[in-house]
Design a protein around this ligand. Structure first.
Ligand code: NDP
Length: 263
């Protein structure tokens, strides 16, 4: 961990030794080759779940995840699928279903950001970001309806900026706020079928790939904005996802769980 909280103690090792009862469950995670999605994927595998993961493009990170899967000899599948395309979302769910059966857990994590003041935020860039982040979650949930087990848990990854705002990323903030609305709407609509729908709002998570003009000075300022005095770790988001995916959260739906160090 790169930052120590004010008390000087390192954060605990987290879920490593906890059993969330997810052994034998099947999870689909979008955008799992890097950052938070990768941490969620590995945490689910550590719990004994089978995981189907998607990414958009070939990369060194995708190769590394494939190597990690091979080394673990675990129930894991990496599929190239772009969540901004309906056919890809369907293909991903079909591949997942034929490989590991009904999907118990769907984690909508894939997301993109650009930093542009409104005057420079052209309509095609607005559409690209909203259609990946919010549209991707909508598309994946819709495509999963006949592939989900009952009961099932859907976890949508969103951001603390959806609630607090942030300058120079109106498309991103709007898409992430939209995910909260989608979560609350579908909690009501899918609850009667036994499908829980929750959201996790991440604060600033260290060591992730989202292009944020941070630098060491930026990190320090973000850390100061939190009650715990440090940035988050991808594994700390993953722990919240494990909880929401698990039967321990069986009466939790429509919740928006902040994993933001008290920002
Ligand atoms: P990264 O940029 O590190 O990773 C994004 C992942 O999503 C990659 O695996 C990428 O794959 C994949 N991806 C991107 N676009 C698509 C697409 N169209 N279809 C399928 N996969 C796609 O992101 P982070 O780990 O930083 O963030 C993960 C989520 O958490 C996002 O939704 C983000 O908005 C949210 N979040 C992150 C915060 C942070 O501090 N990092 C703070 C708040 C929220 P590929 O390489 O193939 O494009």
């Amino acid at each position: 961990h790169s930052q120590s909280p004010p008390g000087g103690e390192e954060p605990s090792k987290g879920s490593g030794t906890m059993d969330f009862g997810l052994k034998g469950r099947h999870a689909v995670v979008t955008g799992g080759t890097r950052g938070i999605g990768r941490a969620i994927t590995l945490a689910l595998l550590d719990q004994g779940a089978s995981v189907t993961v998607c990414h958009r493009q070939e990369s060194a990170e995708a190769d590394a995840l494939r190597a990690e899967f091979a080394a673990r000899d675990a129930g894991a599948l990496l599929v190239r699928a772009d969540v901004s395309r309906e056919a890809d979302a369907r293909l991903l769910l079909d591949r997942a279903h034929e490989t590991f059966g009904p999907v118990d857990v769907l984690v909508n994590n894939a997301g993109i950001i650009t930093h542009l003041p409104l005057a420079e935020l052209a309509e095609d860039e607005w559409a690209r970001v909203v259609d990946t982040n919010l549209g991707g979650a909508y598309r994946m949930i819709r495509a999963s309806l006949d592939r989900l087990a009952r009961p099932a848990s859907i976890v949508n990854i969103t951001s603390a900026v959806a609630e607090h705002g942030m300058p120079n990323a109106a498309h991103y903030v709007a898409s992430k706020a939209g995910i909260i609305g989608l979560t609350r709407a579908l909690c009501k609509e899918l609850g009667p079928e036994g499908i829980r729908v929750n959201a996790v709002t991440c604060g600033v998570i260290d060591g992730t790939g989202q292009k944020n003009p941070r630098g060491e000075e930026g990190k320090r300022r973000y850390a100061e904005m939190t009650a715990l005095g440090r940035l988050g770790e991808p594994a700390e988001v993953a722990d919240a996802v494990l909880f929401l995916a698990s039967d321990a959260a069986r009466y939790v739906t429509g919740a928006v769980l902040g994993v933001d160090g008290g920002i």
